[in-house]
Structure formats: structure tokens, C-alpha cells
Design a protein around this ligand. Sequence first.
Ligand code: IPE
Ligand code: IPE
Ligand code: MG
Ligand code: MG
Ligand code: MG
Length: 336
Amino acid sequence: MKSSRLECFANDSAVSAPDSRFAWPFFVDGNPPYNFVHFPVTSQSALPLPDAEDWLRRIEYALDAATARVVGCPQALHEAMRYSLLGPGKRLRPLLVLLAARACGGSIEAAMPAACAVEMVHAYSLIHDDLPAMDNDDLRRGRPTCHKVFGEALAILAGDALLTAAFQVLANEVRPPALAAECCAVLAEAAGAGQLVGGQAEDIEANAVNTIDDLESMHSRKTGAMIAASLVLGAKTAGADPPRVEALANYGRRLGLAFQIVDDLLDVQGNEAAVGKRLQKDARQGKRTFPALIGVEASRRRAEQLVAEACAVLEPFGSSARELRALAGYVLERNR
Ligand code: IPE
Ligand code: IPE
Ligand code: MG
Ligand code: MG
Ligand code: MG
């Protein structure tokens, strides 16, 4: 019986020995595999990074490899997992992991397992968020939602499997093991009952949110926590010291709240073809959102203020946080 980490997550083009630092097939001795440059970038994005396509290609490649061959997984479940994980998302969270690692002087390959893990948790959260029992959506990333394609039961299970796989990737692929355990704890907290799941529970509970503080708290938990965790994970894989980790977490919390405010605004003002989701749904479903509570203009001002604060927090990083600053601007300007 094979026991290597490759058995679960590698694709057939894996080249390194199972125990090598590069066993997971992102890079071989720091270089992309030979077919890497031809790897398709599914997510079309106007990311304000000079080499955006290269970043995205690395992430797509790693996500694909992470799920290319999961031993023992029924085919339909595998298809549902890959349908949702590899669909054309913006990949904001994995990008934040990688950019945080870079800003702290770390390597992309050391950060990539964490980048994949956050996108896996994110993909699971979207599958469950779209279910009839939650937001009951039929369109996601410009395509039918997972449960519309695979049925509700399999969609629930695909979400379960992606959530679990995220922790498997962290536990198996982050080195050394003590850092892997730390990363698992960071992700578990952000994804768990106090943060993402707790925020989602408030989102569907009629009386949980009344004031702007309640709403900021809910948005920070259901969305902001995973974005902040992305920064923390990137910083930790780079071996950053606690003040740097905390500064990036602070940036991430502000950016994460701004991101959900803009998501609320896009539901009101966006273009369905660009956003890839049904719009005007929040009001119909009586959701507590920023535009519903304080109006469009005040919502945009609050998002702008948060992004300005997020960028100010990055000051000590100087030019190494150039990309993180650019991404913060993108969060405000995005149309999808
Ligand atoms: C959508 O997240 C769900 C929210 C937290 C608002 P994204 O807007 O990042 O979705 P994708 O990954 O690009 O599809
Ligand atoms: C979802 O918020 C946040 C998650 C944790 C998935 P929304 O319900 O507003 O996200 P969209 O608009 O469906 O993407
Ligand atoms: Mg929702
Ligand atoms: Mg939703
Ligand atoms: Mg929304």
C-alpha cells in the first residue's frame, strides 16, 4: 500500500520523490513543471498586478493538482468538488496568501498549500451558501450552482469533502509539522462556529442583526475572517514575526469587511453578466446588508475608508507590500 502524501493529492505528472520538499507538484527545485506555462487560466480578471496571469496560473495549477486524483473518491463526488473548486473565481484569497508570504520575504512554494486550503474552504462555503436552505441561488461564477448541476445531496457532500481536504492539505504539505498544526488552527478558527459558520448562521437568522455594529460584526465573521486568515497563513508560512503577522491580519480584517460591503453593493448595482451571480436578491430575501441599512453612498464611503485604513496598516512593509496595496484598490473597484 502506498503511503506517500502524493497518493491523495498528486496528479500523474508529479516528479519529485514523496519525501522531497517539493513533493506536491507545484514546483520542482523552485521551477514550474514543463507544462506549467500552458496551464489554462480559467478566471478572467482585471487584477491590478503586473504579472496577474502568472500568479493566477500558479494557483490554478496547484488547485487542479490538489484534486487531480483523490483516492477512493466516487466519480460524481469528485466531479462536483472540481466543478466548484476550479470554476472561474477571482482567487482573491489564495492570492492574498501568496502576496502576504512575499511581503514577508517567503517563498511561493512554501505558501501554496495554504493558498489551496483557503480556496477549498471558500469553495465549500459558496456551495453551501447557495443551497436552497440558505440563499437558494442558481447561478455562481457565471454557471449553474453546484446543487443545480449535481443535486443537493451531492453538493452538500462536495462541500464537506472540500472543507476536509483543506485541512488535509495543510496537515500534509506545510512544513515543519508544528507550523502545519498552527496553520490548521488558524484556518479552523476562521472557518468555524465563531467566524465563517457563525456569521452565516446570523445571516439566515431574522433577528440577529439590527444595528450597523451588528452588521459589521456579521460581515467580518462570515467573510472578513477568511480573508484575514489568508494573510495570516501567508505570513506564517514565510516565518514572519508576530508584529508582522498581526499587521497583515489587521489589513485583512479591514479588507475583508470592505470586500463584503462591495459584495452587497454589487448585488444592488452590479451587472449580472460580469458578477456571475443573480442580482437584487439580497433585498428580495430581506438580507441585512450595508446598502439596506445605511444606503449606497454611505456604504461606498465606509468601504473606501476601510480600504484606506488597510493600506495605512501596510506602511511598515514599504515596497514589499505594493501588490497588497494594489489588491486593496481592486476590492473597491471590482465589478465581479
Ligand atoms: C463571494 O466571494 C462570497 C463572498 C464572501 C462575498 P468571491 O466574490 O471572492 O467569489 P469568487 O471566488 O470570486 O467566485
Ligand atoms: C456569503 O455571503 C459569504 C460566505 C461565507 C459564502 P453572500 O451570500 O452575500 O455571498 P454571495 O453574494 O452569495 O456570493
Ligand atoms: Mg449568503
Ligand atoms: Mg449568497
Ligand atoms: Mg452577496
